[in-house]
Design a protein around this ligand. Structure first.
Ligand code: DOR
Length: 448
């Protein structure tokens, strides 16, 4: 232990937990937190602190980073806002979120981007960053937008989803790839194919079972093929969001030099047609949940490390809106609060290890987006920590969800493994399911 440390009275000492450390090590050690940072790791039994939390028998991982949420503010705050969204985040052990630009108005100019940071500064329970939205009209502003302190990168919707943001053509996408210097995250569904399929199905009486047929695998695969070609041409790395097909896993396995990618817990958990039978439009999202062969392909992608990140794509719509009949029902479901519980349940089932999970929701987000000072339990890193009880059984219910759209596709699901404490910048913001009223979030900083 450092000599100087004997002088310190820590803000918090986490005592006796099993720490998930870098280099695939788990060690039973104490953590001393001071001034928002991890200041000591070791035997701190002789040290003092304002608060000592005995976490014997619990596991500590770096705070989880959810790199894809839609918190809907401004413009759609009847569905969600930054306050409720970030409350759900910390309730589920997430300490940092990256938020998407398809709000109203969309985040396509500096004024709108700045506005989101101002709202978050006053309201966010956890750390925050916002994407700049790319449109065909703002290509010349992309550099300025993405350079705004705290902006995580640029989002391109190549297929239309909730909202009007859309850049469907190769020429514009290539231009954006060439001007941008930060990470570009892409919703990869081919708009031309989506339009064609919608037309082909327009005479039919539709139900949600048609959703994965209309937005078919070809829509996703052909877009990802085009995108990879453009990324190579521009020599620019890209990040493909919410992968839904086994074919894209195969494609991406051969393009690791230029592309990283994400999967959502819901694409790992649900299968078609069962999910549509059980949940109807409440399991409708873009890209759609597909059949078992694709689900298995995604799991293969995870185990072979083709998939780099797990993001929730938390995309709330109210129960009333989701109850509309297809295709008037909107796409998307809540997810930020259930991301870790669902994945910890998979850890307990032996589908991935706790080290895999830490790589997917802590280490890789930091690498891909060049996040500063997060993602590891290490001295002088930000004290963002998620304490989990791998043995605790819990039933997920709609009631438990903090989102303004108070529902989850996992309502009634019994799981094993759940976050029990969430620490954001050295402040305890969630303790045993109680949210401590603490707007502890700060803007995320990036290495340029
Ligand atoms: O299902 C989805 N809903 N997919 C998206 O990419 C957007 C999201 C939303 O914002 O509702």
């Amino acid at each position: 232990m450092h000599e100087k440390i004997n002088m310190i009275n820590f803000d918090i000492i986490l005592k006796g937990g099993e720490l998930v450390l870098p280099n695939k090590k788990i060690d039973k050690l104490d953590v001393g937190i001071s001034n928002c940072l991890i200041k000591e790791i070791g035997d701190l039994s002789k040290m003092s602190a304002d608060k000592i939390i005995d976490i014997t028998g619990l596991t500590v991982m770096p705070g989880a980073i959810d790199t894809q949420v839609h918190f809907r503010e401004p413009g759609l705050t009847h569905k969600e806002d930054i306050k409720h969204g970030s409350k759900g985040a910390v309730a589920g052990g997430v300490t940092t979120f990256f938020e998407m630009p398809n709000t109203i108005p969309p985040t396509t100019c500096l004024r709108e981007l700045e506005k989101k940071f101002q709202i978050a500064e006053k309201n966010s329970f956890c750390n925050y960053s916002f994407f700049a939205g790319a449109s065909k009209e703002n290509i010349h502003e992309i550099r300025e937008l993405e350079s705004f302190t705290g902006c995580c990168g640029v989002k391109i919707f190549m297929g239309s989803s909730t909202g009007d943001l859309l850049v469907e053509d190769d020429k514009s996408v290539l231009e954006i790839l060439k001007v941008s210097k930060k990470m570009i995250a892409v919703h990869s569904e081919d708009e031309y194919r989506l339009r064609l399929r919608a037309k082909e199905f327009s005479e039919n009486k539709l139900s949600v079972f048609n959703h994965p047929e209309i937005r078919d695998t070809t829509s996703a695969v052909s877009c990802t093929k085009r995108l990879l070609k453009l990324a190579h041409e521009a020599k620019k790395k890209i990040h493909i969001l919410h992968l839904s097909t086994k074919d894209e896993v195969e494609l991406l396995a051969n393009n690791k030099d230029i592309a990283t990618c994400e999967v959502t817990p819901q694409h790992l958990f649900f299968n078609s047609p069962e999910c549509y039978k059980k949940l109807g439009t409440f399991s409708q999202m873009n890209p759609p949940i597909r059949d078992k062969t694709h689900n298995l392909g995604l799991w293969d992608g995870l185990s072979q490390k083709v998939i780099d990140v797990i993001g929730s794509d938390h995309a709330p719509h109210t129960i009333q809106e989701k109850n509309k009949s297809y295709p008037d029902s909107p796409s998307g479901m809540t997810g930020v609060q259930t991301l870790l519980p669902i994945m910890l349940n998979f850890v307990n089932k032996g589908k991935l290890s706790i080290f895999d999970l830490v790589r997917l929701v802590c280490e890789n987000p930091c690498k891909i987006y060049s996040i500063m000072n997060k993602g590891k339990i290490e001295i002088d890193y930000d004290a963002d920590l998620t304490v989990i009880d791998l043995n605790k059984e819990f039933t997920i219910t709609n009631d438990w969800i903090h989102s303004k759209s108070k529902w989850t596709p996992y309502d009634g699901l019994k799981i094993k493994g759940i976050p029990v404490f969430t620490i954001v910048n050295g402040k305890l913001v969630m303790e045993e399911n109680q949210i401590i009223d603490e707007v502890a979030g700060k803007k995320v900083l990036f290495k340029d």
